[in-house]
Design a protein around this ligand. Structure first.
Ligand code: NAD
Length: 284
């Protein structure tokens, strides 16, 4: 049974990207968020990103409108998760919030619906245990920006079935992505490796080793990274980075994951990176 109808919960940075890619690949998408304003903004963002694809010759103009036409939005999350084949949750990286969303999905989604989380670090096994159908729960970790990045890290919880994994991998590939299967450990592979690097760059900045521009240039030109770690942190969102580091620190119990005090300070100030206009760099 192929996956045709997809619900995405959360219309923020990741949710609108996932909705965009799924609709562009012919899926019927329901984008759900508590806030009608977020949903309006998400639709506008998707429209703008599709325009950019058309301008670059990567999308036919007719496909732009067809893609938007396949996305419906709603603020009724409980009703919105019924009647779909797969749900991707993309709400903020807070365990209690994710647990409650999965309880809602469990109560309202059709039997056999795949319940996926885009979490960056929270245990899929623990999320799954909040439902009566842990075999249908899986991690589907898209990268930011979703329309551009090729990887989907597919995370198997302890109880995730082979069938759920197979169908999820198949969908990721059908959306033009490369799926890589990993097991459920804090931070999986991507953030287990990435976040300590970002955290170390922030600590280097705090200790006055170099200015942000210099730190990023060393990593770009010296290590051949397409973006420096501080610009990448701004893109991910500094609050998201802090949340992930807190999970790694708590779950793995090792001080090498302790979030830098400077990262905490920026988040406390509301300097969250691109989405707030200011992080380690300024954005107009
Ligand atoms: P975001 O803050 O941009 O968006 C989250 C959205 O969820 C907001 O629009 C908010 O209104 C909505 N929301 C909050 N509570 C809700 C609820 N109860 N029901 C419905 N909607 C609700 O966050 P984001 O950056 O898109 O991150 C979402 C998830 O994706 C997180 O788990 C994050 O760790 C993960 N992730 C983020 C990135 C990244 O680079 N930003 C990359 C990979 C994975």
């Amino acid at each position: 049974m192929s996956i045709q109808r997809i619900a995405v919960i959360g219309g923020g940075t990741m949710g609108n990207g996932i909705a965009h890619v799924a609709a562009q690949h012919g899926r019927d998408v329901r984008l759900l968020d508590l806030s009608a304003e977020v949903l309006e903004r998400a639709t506008a963002t998707i429209g703008k990103n599709l325009d950019r694809q058309v301008a670059k010759g990567r999308l036919e103009p007719g496909d732009r409108d067809a893609t938007l036409g396949r996305i419906e939005t709603s603020t009724d999350v409980a009703a919105g998760v019924a009647g779909v084949d797969l749900i991707v949750e993309a709400v903020p990286e807070k365990a209690e919030l994710k647990y409650s969303i999965f309880e809602t999905m469990d109560a309202h989604a059709d039997p056999g619906t795949i319940l996926a989380s885009n979490t960056s670090s929270i245990s899929i096994t623990e999320i799954a245990a909040r439902t009566q159908r842990p075999e249908d729960v899986i991690g589907m970790h898209f990268m930011n920006p979703v329309p551009i990045m090729k990887l989907v890290e597919v995370i198997r919880g302890l109880a995730t079935s082979d069938e759920t994994t197979r169908r999820t991998v198949e969908l990721a590939e059908a959306l033009g992505k490369t799926a890589v299967e990993v097991n459920d450990f804090p931070g999986f592979v991507s953030n287990r490796v990435l976040m300590p690097m970002i955290n170390e760059a922030v600590t280097a900045l705090m200790e006055g080793v170099a200015e942000p521009e210099a730190i990023d240039t060393v990593m770009k030109l010296g290590m051949n990274h397409p973006m420096g770690p501080l610009a990448l942190a701004d893109l991910i969102g500094l609050d998201t980075c802090l949340n992930i580091l807190e999970v790694l620190h708590r779950e793995l119990g090792d001080d090498r994951y302790r979030p830098s005090p400077l990262l905490r300070k920026y988040v406390a100030a509301g300097w969250l990176g691109r989405k707030s206009g200011r992080g380690f760099f300024e954005y107009s």
